[in-house]
Design a protein around this ligand. Structure first.
Ligand code: ADP
Length: 478
């Protein structure tokens, strides 16, 4: 059986700040069905250690970057975990990357350097009888593992780096290099050096055998200066080894036929039952309980990436078109305040909840007619996949994974009975809102699109088989 060491800084259900956690939590379960065993290495944050009281110690280290460390092995929720318990690095409450005031922890280079260093040690020497065939690192927090396996002697398994978001690169001052325990040769253009700094993600991109990112369109976009965030040259150089593999969603957690969090369960054959969920959302957000008004929704981090300032600019269009809007999100202060103010200015038409609320996200997906995702860039995007699964039509910017997962309901598509949502190009957000309103006035067409969305397959089955093929190609290569 092929054995994979996955390395991640977060994993659902133990610790999550974004889509990375969902992928890290779901992919091992999907790969198990394909006969591939994944063991996942992650930091021992307090919440992780608390959730794993039965964990067993498999290795100890008296001094890992300034303090003692233990490697623990545990199983939970079908996941086989190796947890790096290093209190001097990880015994801090709250967000895995930032202090309570929101600033990055000043020793993040050491915190995630230690994770990567441990990954390389397991890849080389094994741990508790586990010796991986493939080392699969996720994002910058794990990417330096590629440098440790390359620039130190010993066994080197096949390596894969997955980029979930190129915006987060793990850049640190060169003065920290000495503390990372890499040989001087690693600080080079072919290694960790990036414009005079240390680049964790850059090192992984330069050194991994294969690179994946989370959609085919994003894989192409990041090779351009517009989306490459300074790494497009390196990515073009690595183009032959760069693959786009779409994320899936957990179709058991996200299943409108069995979801206990929503007012009324439904599926493609019982669509009328969905109406109770729309009513529940209207009630929850204090909107007029009118089934005939187009109900739009947003579930998102409120950041520049997500393009929601475009929605704020166009917000008066929504009541003007007799539509309604609900927003669930948290993030930048100005945007939180903007949406709260819009809700106050348009009572009955716009409602807003600031915060992170997983059950409410399910209820919104089950009740809204359409989900707005105007992202400036979107590596894959999960929220539009959940929307499709729940019969909410995504209205998305034509970028990254949004372009790959939503089929635009233009007239040709409609005539062919195809389409699952709307896509719009640069500067076309307001026209897209008008297109949605026009489509809403054609109930048979809308129902057809909803049906198409509900029967589309965005499970992990196909993506997992693509990762499996990638792993196998590396092992064959030897
Ligand atoms: P990103 O990882 O960039 O934040 P994704 O769409 O890939 O965006 O994944 C984010 C996930 O978190 C989606 O499933 C989305 O529905 C969910 N989400 C985002 N914001 C919230 C929120 N405020 N409350 C509940 N769920 C949220």
């Amino acid at each position: 059986m092929l054995k994979i060491l996955a390395v991640t800084s977060e994993i659902f259900p133990l610790v999550k700040t974004g889509g990375l956690a969902d992928v890290a939590g779901a992919l091992p379960l999907a790969l198990a069905k394909q006969g591939i065993a994944v063991t996942t290495l992650m930091p021992g944050y307090p919440a992780v250690l608390a959730a794993l009281p039965a964990a067993e110690t498999v290795l100890t280290d008296p001094d890992l970057f300034g303090g003692p460390a233990r490697l623990l092995r545990a199983e939970t929720a079908g996941l086989d975990l190796l947890v790096l318990d290093a209190p001097h690095l990880y015994n801090r409450p709250g967000n895995p990357y930032t202090k309570p005031d929101g600033a990055d922890w000043p020793d993040n280079a050491l915190r995630f350097g230690a994770l990567a260093n441990t990954a390389a040690r397991i890849a080389r020497d094994g741990a508790g009888g586990f010796l991986p065939d493939i080392l699969h690192a996720h994002d910058w927090q794990a990417a330096l593992a590629m440098a440790y396996v390359t620039f130190t002697d010993g066994r080197r398994p096949g390596t894969v780096l997955t980029v979930h978001n190129l915006a987060f690169q793990g850049l640190f001052p060169a003065s920290l290099f000495g503390a990372l325990g890499l040989p001087p040769a690693a600080f080079s253009m072919d290694g960790v050096e990036f414009h005079g700094q240390i680049g964790f993600l850059k090192a992984g991109l330069a050194l991994a055998d294969r690179i994946t990112t989370v959609s085919p369109t994003y894989a192409a976009e990041i090779q351009t200066p517009e989306f490459g965030m300074g790494l497009d040259g390196l990515l073009r150089h690595r183009a032959a080894d760069l693959h786009g593999i779409l994320n899936g969603i957990d179709t058991d957690i996200w299943n409108p036929a069995t979801d206990k969090l929503i007012a009324a369960t439904f599926d493609a054959k019982t669509l009328p039952a969905r109406a109770a969920n729309k009513r529940a959302v209207q009630d929850r957000f204090g909107l007029a309980p009118d089934p005939g008004r187009l109900l739009l929704g947003v579930i998102s981090r409120l950041t520049w990436q997500k393009g929601l300032d475009l929605l704020l600019d166009a917000i008066a269009d929504i009541p003007a078109q007799d539509a309604q809007l609900v927003i669930l999100g948290a993030g930048e202060r100005g945007m939180e305040q903007g949406f709260a103010a819009a809700a106050a200015a348009h009572p009955g038409a716009i409602g807003c909840v600031i915060g992170y609320d997983e059950p409410l996200a399910h209820q919104i997906q089950a009740g809204i007619d359409a989900l707005l995702v105007p992202s400036r860039f979107e590596p894959c995007g999960l929220t539009q996949l959940c929307a499709l699964r729940y019969g909410a039509l995504p209205i998305v910017a034509r970028t990254g994974g949004l372009a790959d997962t939503v089929i635009d309901a233009n007239e040709a598509a409609l005539a062919a009975g195809a389409g699952t949502g709307l896509q719009f190009g640069p500067g076309q957000f307001r026209p897209a809102l008008q297109r949605a309103a026009a489509l809403w006035r054609r109930p048979p067409a809308w129902r057809r699109l909803q049906h198409n969305a509900l029967v589309a397959d965005f499970s992990w089955r196909i993506p997992a088989s693509q990762y499996a093929a990638l792993y196998k190609s590396l092992v064959k290569q030897g």
